[in-house]
Design a protein around this ligand. Structure first.
Ligand code: BGC
Length: 353
């Protein structure tokens, strides 16, 4: 089978390797890879800035935003051949820490968790892959063309869960949410906000193109003015930050409403410094009972929440998020970001195209 591999830690090029077909273990599915979503993390791994190969190896099969069709399932399992599935990204650490022992591996405390396609476990950018039945999630068959949006949806399902839990510490009736960054994470976060009946605003730099169209189609409001202007006027109850850009992050935090919750989801690069008024920011956080929370990854509970959110979403709108579908052999195109991209997808078989 063909698989897209990288050498983590070096900026060497990704390449297609011909590897032996994987063999499913007793409690595993054998899955035909249909498509794979590409995200900033993949590009960072290819650039040598992130990622770890499996122990004793140099190369890693890339890919964590999976979509496949079950070819073979253990008898007695909840899966049958033909099912549409995605594989979970993270696995608990081997100790395990308390969080991992409780199934909350997305909150791993000792950092020894592993991640398919990112950290020490091969990913899903392959024509065939295996996955433990406990870490496979079935998708509604109507999602056959868009199901690779599941993993980023799990990330925002977790972010929303964190926001709900933090909001529940006192009386709370949030009305306005500002999402910064209209990439896949921002747009999917906005989708879940609309599904909750909130007044949803999205902010990005672009002034036209598919992002603006997707926001309008969602019934949310698009802004491209500076964060201080937009958030300063809206005073949002909730901010979901999906750019990872330092100035956007701190301007958003400084402009939430009272009892504001800012959830940070953008994984930024170290070494970019800005000047902030730490006194003013601290004073406001304290006097307004504001909260800033980081959120990464997702556990099985969030996969269920994400599957529900996608099942309720308008299929045409989900299609709008996929702006390029590139066959595996042209992976270099997919790994090169373009300004108008929302989600770029690598197709692994003819069915995935
Ligand atoms: C993935 C997460 C993962 C994180 C850090 C993100 O791109 O969506 O599942 O935990 O990278 O490795």
């Amino acid at each position: 089978m063909r698989a897209l591999t990288v050498q983590p830690g070096t900026a060497g090029p990704a390449r297609i390797d011909d590897l032996p077909d994987p063999v499913a273990g007793d409690h595993e599915l054998l899955v035909e890879g249909l498509a794979l979503g590409v995200c900033g993390t993949d590009r960072e791994i290819v650039a040598g800035g992130y990622g770890w190969a499996p122990p004793g190896r140099d190369r890693l099969i890339l890919g964590h935003e999976s979509l496949g069709r079950v070819r073979q399932a253990p008898s007695g399992s909840a899966f049958t051949a033909g099912d549409l599935v995605v594989g979970v990204v993270r696995r608990p650490d081997p100790v395990p820490c308390g969080a991992c022992a409780h199934g909350e591996f997305d909150m791993c405390r000792n950092g020894r968790y592993t991640e398919r396609g990112i950290k020490q476990l091969d990913g899903y950018a392959a024509e065939l892959w295996t996955v433990e039945t406990d870490y496979a999630v079935s998708l509604d068959s109507r999602l056959a063309d868009v199901g690779m949006l599941m993993e980023p949806t799990t990330v925002v399902a977790k972010a929303w869960e964190q926001i709900d839990r933090i909001g529940a510490r006192a009386w709370n009736e949030p009305k306005t949410v500002l999402v910064t960054g209209a990439g896949p994470i921002g747009l999917l976060a906005a989708l879940l906000g609309v599904q909750r009946g909130l007044d949803v605003h999205l902010l990005d730099r672009v002034t036209d193109g598919p992002k603006v169209g997707a926001v309008a189609a969602l019934g949310a409001t698009y802004h491209h003015d500076p964060v201080t202007d937009v958030a300063g006027k809206l005073r949002p109850d909730i901010v979901i930050e999906a750019t990872g850009a330092g100035s956007v992050v701190f301007d958003a935090i400084a402009n939430t409403g009272t009892y504001g919750i800012t959830c940070l989801t953008g994984v930024s690069t170290a070494g970019r410094t800005i000047t902030i008024d730490a006194g003013a920011d601290n004073r406001q956080l304290v006097l307004e009972n504001d909260v800033v929370v980081g959120s990464v990854n997702a556990n099985l509970r969030h996969y269920q929440l994400a599957a529900q959110a996608l099942a309720q979403a308008d299929l045409g709108w989900l299609h709008q998020l996929i702006t390029r579908r590139i066959p595996l052999e042209r992976f270099a195109d997919a790994l090169t970001a373009r300004p108008d991209d929302i989600k770029v997808v690598l197709t692994l078989t003819d069915q995935g195209r």
